[in-house]
Design a protein around this ligand. Structure first.
Ligand code: F6R
Length: 610
């Protein structure tokens, strides 16, 4: 949520800032800005409501109007997802005072109190943001101490909330200062200078060496050095980790959108994730720890992956699983002890509510397991145990391949736990594992091969005000994820219902032409679901049936208007193919409606505020 980039080095900074910001736009995209030290004009700030390209145009205009070339080697940039203050030119970052320019991710909770105090000292404010308070506070302490590190640390001591800061002190125009608390920030070392960034894709083009700043650390970057200062004042040169993601992984590679590219990557992501989880020590972990309950906390799509885990684990291992929306976890006051396992599922590993749930679980003595896609993310670092999804960078705001990878982990967890609990035989466990490994990736490919017919189907959804997704059992859980995907990228209202529940109220919303997407992939539940489909069909619904290829012949075709046929797969693994079909349907509907697929309105990737 919000993207930060900064560079100080031996080459021009503007191309680096714009390139970094464009690759971070998925983190927030309602406004953008840069501050840099121009060798001719001194410290400059260009910012605007809108996309990064609009700030790029501002820089071009400046050069044209002044018949000059910007000549700058150190700067910071930001792409914003508004929290305090609407998206506007003034509220965009960087925020600048006489002495400092800063970019900020996170929320300063006590900003009103700090603002009052600083106003009392004669400081003025121009924006509605919490960030400007931090800029003024750092300015004030810099004025008092003349020491940038002391100024940042004193300000940090006064700030309640979360922050990742990139700061330039105007009288030290080749240096960048960075600090973080509860909001991620990396330092990266390149051959021509040093970088700060809120996320790896921003620096992928320039280097593969990064260091994740720890809580409470402050960093000082010059063109040739990086010094990190711990809370106790100890200084050190960071030891860098290697970025394993390739540059291509964060590029569209010929696809019109990241979302389409990422759906195409699902077979690979599932294959890689399975091989990593299957070679992990998860079985030993379950053998060493006998848990009374399993509790999952996650948000959005990741929470939907948790629902699959509940279904499968309760079915196979007969262990109770509670699934919590992470933002509600603390209010439900969960009863936890060291005999309980709390699983956090998070693509980014930085989602504030999921991290807060993880911390609460630890406080209450539970064992914690994080299922994350980003190495070294907060959840990965703080959990007792980690399982990595190997989806690679997911750039599109709508999660697709991360969900497929998360459910792959969930299936393995449920099988391993069932095996350890003695609820299934070795043979059955092996057959499930070989089935998922051998057949799921190719079955997803089978759905991707149907993309043209799914695209044709999408035309039927163009102008509808509302869509319903229904299903029973696992299908009901996939319906929730399908519905979320549709609403977030097409802006069409949609709801997911247990197929049998529609007639308890919601069926009153069905009228002539209302689209209903009915999932009926479980053989045992097929007839019952088809009964529910008939109920909506006879009230005029336009029904798309998602079912197994093998079942088509046995289905009375008058119950539906269109069919998406899933390639043959063991019924319990149908969520992989069904969701790929629903993701493609949402994708093409969004494209046909002219929506910004990868950057849907009001949303941002990696929600680092609660
Ligand atoms: C929806 C989507 C979100 C995320 C949610 C959790 O397409 O992407 O619902 O799943 O914000 O994010 P992570 O997994 O990073 O914790």
């Amino acid at each position: 949520m919000c993207g930060i980039i900064g560079y100080t080095g031996r080459t021009q900074v503007l191309p680096k800032l714009f390139c970094g910001l464009k690759s971070l736009e998925y983190r927030g995209y309602d406004s953008a800005g840069i501050a840099f030290y121009d060798r001719n004009a001194g410290m400059m700030c260009l910012k605007e409501k809108g996309r990064v390209s609009e700030v790029e145009a501002l820089a071009d205009d400046y050069e044209k109007n002044n018949n000059t070339k910007i000549d700058a080697f150190c700067g910071i940039g930001h792409t914003r997802w508004a929290t305090h203050g609407k998206p506007s030119d003034i509220n965009s970052h960087p925020h600048c005072t006489m002495r400092v320019s800063i970019v900020h991710n996170g929320i300063i909770e006590n900003y009103a109190e700090l603002k009052d105090e600083l106003t009392g000292h004669g400081y003025g404010f121009v924006s509605e943001t919490d960030t400007e308070t931090a800029a003024v506070l750092i300015d004030r302490f810099y004025c008092d101490t003349g020491d940038p590190v002391a100024a940042v640390r004193k300000a940090s001591e006064r700030i309640q909330g979360s922050y990742a800061f990139g700061i330039i002190f105007h009288d030290r125009p080749n240096e960048i200062y960075a600090a973080r608390k509860d909001s991620p920030l990396i330092i990266a070392e390149g051959s021509d200078g040093n970088y700060i960034a809120s996320d790896i894709p921003a620096v992928l083009r320039y280097t593969d060496k990064y260091y994740r700043l720890e809580e409470g650390e402050t960093a000082v970057l010059t063109p040739g050095s990086v010094t990190v200062i711990k809370e106790d004042g100890t200084r050190f040169t960071p030891e860098y980790c290697k970025i394993t993601w390739s540059v291509d992984a964060a590029e569209k590679e010929g696809f019109p959108h990241f979302m389409l590219k990422e759906i195409h990557e699902e077979p690979r992501a599932v294959r890689d994730t399975l091989s990593s989880v299957l070679s992990s020590d998860i079985e030993a972990f379950f053998r060493e720890n006998d848990f009374d309950s399993i509790n999952i906390a996650a948000c959005g799509t990741a929470m939907h992956a948790g629902l699959i885990c509940k279904y499968m684990t309760e079915k196979l291992a007969r262990v109770p699983v509670n699934v919590y929306i992470a933002s509600e976890f603390r209010y439900q006051d969960p009863i936890l002890s060291e005999r309980d396992l709390v699983i956090i599922i998070s693509q980014s590993g930085e989602t504030a509510d999921s991290v807060a749930a993880l911390r609460l679980a630890k406080e209450r003595g539970a064992r914690t397991l994080a299922v994350v896609n980003v190495v070294g993310s907060t959840a990965a670092r703080e959990a007792d145990h980690i399982l990595m999804t190997l989806a690679g960078p997911e750039i599109s705001v709508a999660s697709t391949k991360a969900y497929a990878s998360q459910i792959a982990v969930m299936y393995v967890l449920s099988v391993k736990l069932a095996l350890v609990k003695g609820k299934i035989s070795d043979e059955y466990a092996s057959s499930l594992i070989s089935d998922i490994s051998d057949n799921v990736p190719s079955a997803i490919d089978g759905i991707i091969a149907q993309k043209d017919s799914i695209k044709a189907l999408a035309r039927n959804f163009l102008d509808c005000p509302s869509v319903f997704f229904v299903g029973r059992g696992l299908d009901c859980l996939v319906a929730s994820e399908g519905s979320l995907k549709l609403k977030e990228i097409t802006y069409i209202h949609s709801e997911a219902y247990a197929a049998g529940e529609m007639k308890h109220g919601t069926i009153s919303l069905i009228s002539e032409g209302t689209p209903v997407i009915a999932l009926a992939t479980e053989k045992d539940l097929l007839l019952k679901t088809l009964g529910n489909v008939k109920e909506v069909k006879s009230r005029g619904a336009y029904v798309v049936l998602v079912c197994n290829e093998d079942d088509i012949d046995s289905i009375d075709r008058s119950v539906c208007d269109s069919i998406i046929a899933l390639p043959p797969l063991r019924s319990c693994f149908a969520p992989f193919t069904a969701i790929a079909a629903l993701q493609l349907l949402s994708y093409y509907t969004a494209v046909l409606r002219g929506c910004d697929v990868d950057r849907p309105r009001n949303l941002a990737k990696s929600v680092t505020v609660e």
